[in-house]
Design a binder for this molecule. Structure first.
Ligand code: FES
Length: 251
Protein backbone atom coordinates (compact mmCIF):
# COMPACT_ATOMS: atom_id res chain seq x y z
CA UNK A 1 0.00 0.00 0.00
CA UNK A 2 1.24 3.50 -0.78
CA UNK A 3 2.12 5.52 2.29
CA UNK A 4 2.26 9.28 2.45
CA UNK A 5 2.67 12.22 4.76
CA UNK A 6 -0.32 12.31 7.12
CA UNK A 7 0.01 15.85 8.48
CA UNK A 8 -3.23 17.87 8.20
CA UNK A 9 -3.39 19.99 5.06
CA UNK A 10 -2.82 23.73 5.46
CA UNK A 11 -5.69 26.12 4.78
CA UNK A 12 -3.94 27.29 1.59
CA UNK A 13 -3.64 23.71 0.34
CA UNK A 14 -7.28 22.88 0.89
CA UNK A 15 -8.63 26.28 -0.18
CA UNK A 16 -9.12 25.22 -3.79
CA UNK A 17 -8.52 21.50 -3.87
CA UNK A 18 -9.81 20.01 -0.62
CA UNK A 19 -8.37 17.40 1.72
CA UNK A 20 -9.06 14.49 -0.69
CA UNK A 21 -6.87 16.05 -3.36
CA UNK A 22 -4.15 16.93 -0.85
CA UNK A 23 -4.15 13.26 0.28
CA UNK A 24 -3.95 12.08 -3.34
CA UNK A 25 -1.12 14.52 -4.04
CA UNK A 26 0.84 13.10 -1.14
CA UNK A 27 0.16 9.54 -2.35
CA UNK A 28 1.53 10.48 -5.79
CA UNK A 29 4.62 12.09 -4.27
CA UNK A 30 5.28 8.97 -2.18
CA UNK A 31 5.69 6.95 -5.41
CA UNK A 32 8.92 8.74 -6.34
CA UNK A 33 12.36 9.01 -4.74
CA UNK A 34 12.39 12.76 -5.53
CA UNK A 35 9.20 14.75 -5.14
CA UNK A 36 9.74 16.82 -8.32
CA UNK A 37 9.41 13.62 -10.39
CA UNK A 38 5.72 13.60 -9.43
CA UNK A 39 4.90 16.73 -11.42
CA UNK A 40 3.25 15.11 -14.48
CA UNK A 41 0.70 13.00 -12.55
CA UNK A 42 0.17 15.96 -10.17
CA UNK A 43 -0.88 18.12 -13.12
CA UNK A 44 -3.35 15.42 -14.19
CA UNK A 45 -4.64 15.39 -10.61
CA UNK A 46 -5.36 19.12 -10.65
CA UNK A 47 -7.10 18.71 -14.02
CA UNK A 48 -9.30 16.01 -12.48
CA UNK A 49 -10.57 18.64 -10.02
CA UNK A 50 -10.87 21.76 -12.16
CA UNK A 51 -10.91 20.42 -15.72
CA UNK A 52 -7.76 22.41 -16.53
CA UNK A 53 -4.53 23.63 -14.97
CA UNK A 54 -5.45 26.94 -13.37
CA UNK A 55 -3.06 29.38 -11.66
CA UNK A 56 -4.25 27.87 -8.37
CA UNK A 57 -3.37 24.43 -9.74
CA UNK A 58 0.11 25.62 -10.65
CA UNK A 59 0.59 27.11 -7.18
CA UNK A 60 -0.74 23.89 -5.59
CA UNK A 61 1.77 21.71 -7.51
CA UNK A 62 4.62 24.13 -6.77
CA UNK A 63 3.80 24.14 -3.08
CA UNK A 64 3.48 20.35 -2.82
CA UNK A 65 6.67 19.66 -4.81
CA UNK A 66 8.84 22.49 -3.54
CA UNK A 67 9.16 23.98 -7.03
CA UNK A 68 8.66 27.55 -8.22
CA UNK A 69 5.45 28.53 -10.02
CA UNK A 70 7.61 29.27 -13.08
CA UNK A 71 9.02 25.71 -13.12
CA UNK A 72 5.52 24.21 -12.95
CA UNK A 73 4.21 26.63 -15.60
CA UNK A 74 7.06 25.69 -17.95
CA UNK A 75 5.98 22.04 -17.85
CA UNK A 76 2.23 22.71 -17.93
CA UNK A 77 2.54 24.88 -21.04
CA UNK A 78 4.89 22.46 -22.86
CA UNK A 79 2.61 19.40 -23.04
CA UNK A 80 -0.66 19.59 -24.99
CA UNK A 81 -2.49 17.26 -22.57
CA UNK A 82 -2.44 20.03 -19.96
CA UNK A 83 -5.22 22.47 -20.71
CA UNK A 84 -5.10 26.13 -19.74
CA UNK A 85 -8.82 26.71 -20.20
CA UNK A 86 -11.59 24.66 -18.49
CA UNK A 87 -12.58 21.61 -20.54
CA UNK A 88 -16.02 20.28 -21.26
CA UNK A 89 -17.46 17.02 -19.98
CA UNK A 90 -15.76 15.46 -22.99
CA UNK A 91 -12.58 16.33 -24.88
CA UNK A 92 -12.85 15.45 -28.57
CA UNK A 93 -9.47 15.27 -30.34
CA UNK A 94 -9.54 14.96 -34.13
CA UNK A 95 -6.35 13.79 -35.82
CA UNK A 96 -5.49 16.21 -38.60
CA UNK A 97 -1.96 14.96 -39.18
CA UNK A 98 -0.98 14.10 -42.75
CA UNK A 99 -2.44 10.61 -43.19
CA UNK A 100 -5.72 11.18 -41.35
CA UNK A 101 -6.08 14.64 -42.94
CA UNK A 102 -5.76 13.12 -46.43
CA UNK A 103 -8.26 10.37 -45.57
CA UNK A 104 -10.88 12.83 -44.28
CA UNK A 105 -9.62 14.12 -40.92
CA UNK A 106 -9.74 17.74 -42.12
CA UNK A 107 -13.37 17.27 -43.22
CA UNK A 108 -14.25 15.71 -39.85
CA UNK A 109 -12.68 18.61 -37.96
CA UNK A 110 -14.41 21.20 -40.17
CA UNK A 111 -17.79 19.46 -39.72
CA UNK A 112 -17.43 19.33 -35.91
CA UNK A 113 -16.24 22.95 -35.73
CA UNK A 114 -19.29 24.02 -37.67
CA UNK A 115 -21.70 21.90 -35.61
CA UNK A 116 -20.29 23.00 -32.24
CA UNK A 117 -19.88 26.69 -33.15
CA UNK A 118 -22.44 29.38 -32.50
CA UNK A 119 -23.79 32.46 -34.30
CA UNK A 120 -22.37 31.19 -37.58
CA UNK A 121 -18.84 31.09 -36.10
CA UNK A 122 -17.11 27.68 -36.08
CA UNK A 123 -15.71 26.52 -32.73
CA UNK A 124 -11.95 27.17 -32.40
CA UNK A 125 -9.14 24.86 -31.31
CA UNK A 126 -9.46 24.00 -27.59
CA UNK A 127 -12.71 25.94 -27.31
CA UNK A 128 -15.76 24.53 -25.57
CA UNK A 129 -19.36 24.23 -26.68
CA UNK A 130 -21.62 24.50 -23.62
CA UNK A 131 -20.57 25.30 -20.07
CA UNK A 132 -17.25 23.60 -19.22
CA UNK A 133 -17.74 20.67 -16.87
CA UNK A 134 -21.53 20.60 -17.35
CA UNK A 135 -23.19 17.52 -18.91
CA UNK A 136 -23.06 17.55 -22.69
CA UNK A 137 -20.31 20.18 -22.92
CA UNK A 138 -17.65 19.42 -25.52
CA UNK A 139 -14.14 20.77 -25.95
CA UNK A 140 -12.83 20.32 -29.48
CA UNK A 141 -9.20 20.21 -30.54
CA UNK A 142 -7.21 19.17 -33.59
CA UNK A 143 -4.44 16.77 -32.69
CA UNK A 144 -1.16 15.59 -34.12
CA UNK A 145 -0.77 11.89 -35.04
CA UNK A 146 -2.71 9.80 -32.52
CA UNK A 147 -0.64 6.67 -33.28
CA UNK A 148 -3.45 4.85 -35.08
CA UNK A 149 -2.61 5.68 -38.72
CA UNK A 150 -3.69 2.20 -39.87
CA UNK A 151 -7.20 3.02 -38.67
CA UNK A 152 -7.47 6.58 -39.93
CA UNK A 153 -9.15 8.86 -39.93
CA UNK A 154 -9.38 8.56 -36.14
CA UNK A 155 -10.57 10.72 -33.32
CA UNK A 156 -10.43 10.32 -29.58
CA UNK A 157 -12.92 11.20 -26.87
CA UNK A 158 -11.17 11.61 -23.53
CA UNK A 159 -8.25 9.73 -25.16
CA UNK A 160 -10.36 6.67 -26.13
CA UNK A 161 -10.26 5.72 -29.82
CA UNK A 162 -13.01 5.93 -32.42
CA UNK A 163 -11.45 4.42 -35.55
CA UNK A 164 -12.23 4.69 -39.27
CA UNK A 165 -14.42 7.76 -38.91
CA UNK A 166 -16.24 9.83 -41.50
CA UNK A 167 -17.58 13.35 -41.14
CA UNK A 168 -21.10 11.97 -40.64
CA UNK A 169 -20.13 9.23 -38.13
CA UNK A 170 -18.12 11.80 -36.13
CA UNK A 171 -21.07 14.18 -36.15
CA UNK A 172 -23.41 11.42 -34.90
CA UNK A 173 -20.92 10.59 -32.15
CA UNK A 174 -20.69 14.21 -30.97
CA UNK A 175 -24.48 14.63 -31.05
CA UNK A 176 -24.77 11.50 -28.88
CA UNK A 177 -22.23 12.91 -26.41
CA UNK A 178 -24.15 16.18 -26.25
CA UNK A 179 -27.35 14.33 -25.41
CA UNK A 180 -25.69 12.46 -22.52
CA UNK A 181 -24.98 9.14 -24.25
CA UNK A 182 -21.59 7.46 -24.07
CA UNK A 183 -21.14 5.41 -27.26
CA UNK A 184 -18.57 2.64 -26.83
CA UNK A 185 -15.13 3.38 -28.25
CA UNK A 186 -13.91 1.09 -31.05
CA UNK A 187 -11.42 -0.45 -28.63
CA UNK A 188 -9.96 0.20 -25.18
CA UNK A 189 -11.78 1.25 -22.01
CA UNK A 190 -15.45 2.24 -21.83
CA UNK A 191 -16.08 5.97 -22.21
CA UNK A 192 -16.29 8.03 -19.02
CA UNK A 193 -15.60 11.77 -18.87
CA UNK A 194 -12.60 14.06 -19.07
CA UNK A 195 -12.15 14.61 -15.33
CA UNK A 196 -12.46 10.92 -14.47
CA UNK A 197 -9.86 10.05 -17.09
CA UNK A 198 -7.56 12.73 -15.67
CA UNK A 199 -7.86 11.07 -12.28
CA UNK A 200 -6.92 7.74 -13.88
CA UNK A 201 -3.92 9.39 -15.56
CA UNK A 202 -2.88 10.53 -12.09
CA UNK A 203 -3.02 6.86 -11.05
CA UNK A 204 -6.38 6.62 -9.21
CA UNK A 205 -9.00 4.19 -10.48
CA UNK A 206 -11.72 4.29 -7.79
CA UNK A 207 -12.39 0.52 -7.93
CA UNK A 208 -12.59 0.67 -11.73
CA UNK A 209 -9.08 -0.55 -12.49
CA UNK A 210 -10.48 -3.16 -14.90
CA UNK A 211 -11.92 -0.29 -17.01
CA UNK A 212 -8.51 0.42 -18.48
CA UNK A 213 -7.94 -3.21 -19.43
CA UNK A 214 -10.16 -3.15 -22.53
CA UNK A 215 -8.60 -4.74 -25.66
CA UNK A 216 -6.57 -2.01 -27.35
CA UNK A 217 -5.02 -3.83 -30.35
CA UNK A 218 -6.99 -3.65 -33.59
CA UNK A 219 -6.96 -6.54 -36.10
CA UNK A 220 -5.41 -4.18 -38.69
CA UNK A 221 -2.56 -3.30 -36.35
CA UNK A 222 -1.48 -6.88 -35.66
CA UNK A 223 -2.20 -8.29 -39.15
CA UNK A 224 1.43 -8.03 -40.31
CA UNK A 225 2.72 -9.81 -37.21
CA UNK A 226 0.03 -12.51 -37.63
CA UNK A 227 0.95 -13.20 -41.27
CA UNK A 228 4.66 -13.30 -40.40
CA UNK A 229 3.89 -15.74 -37.60
CA UNK A 230 1.85 -18.02 -39.89
CA UNK A 231 4.56 -18.02 -42.55
CA UNK A 232 7.41 -18.40 -40.09
CA UNK A 233 9.00 -15.11 -41.15
CA UNK A 234 11.39 -13.49 -38.70
CA UNK A 235 13.45 -10.33 -38.73
CA UNK A 236 17.16 -10.79 -39.48
CA UNK A 237 19.19 -11.42 -36.36
CA UNK A 238 20.87 -8.36 -34.94
CA UNK A 239 24.65 -8.53 -35.50
CA UNK A 240 26.78 -8.81 -32.36
CA UNK A 241 28.69 -5.70 -33.28
CA UNK A 242 28.23 -3.02 -35.89
CA UNK A 243 30.89 -0.85 -37.42
CA UNK A 244 29.60 2.62 -38.03
CA UNK A 245 30.94 4.68 -40.96
CA UNK A 246 33.31 7.44 -39.96
CA UNK A 247 31.72 10.85 -39.45
CA UNK A 248 32.71 13.49 -41.99
CA UNK A 249 35.32 15.88 -40.68
CA UNK A 250 33.95 19.18 -39.37
CA UNK A 251 35.16 22.19 -41.33
S1 FES B 1 -1.94 10.47 -38.88
FE1 FES B 1 -3.77 10.19 -37.73
S2 FES B 1 -3.27 8.60 -36.36
FE2 FES B 1 -1.43 8.93 -37.46
Amino acid sequence: MTTFDERPATAAETEVFGQDTVDRARAIIARYPRSRSALLPMLHLVQSVQGHVSQAGIAFCAQQLDLSNAEVSAVATFYTMYKRKPCGEHLVSVCTNTLCAALGGDDIYAKLREHLGSDGKPLGHEETSGTPGEPGSITLEHAECLAACDLGPVLQVNYEYYDNQTASSALELVKALQSGQKPAPTRGAPLSDFRKVELQLAGFFEDNESDVDGPSAAAETVRGAKIANEKGWTAPREPDSVEFPALPEKK
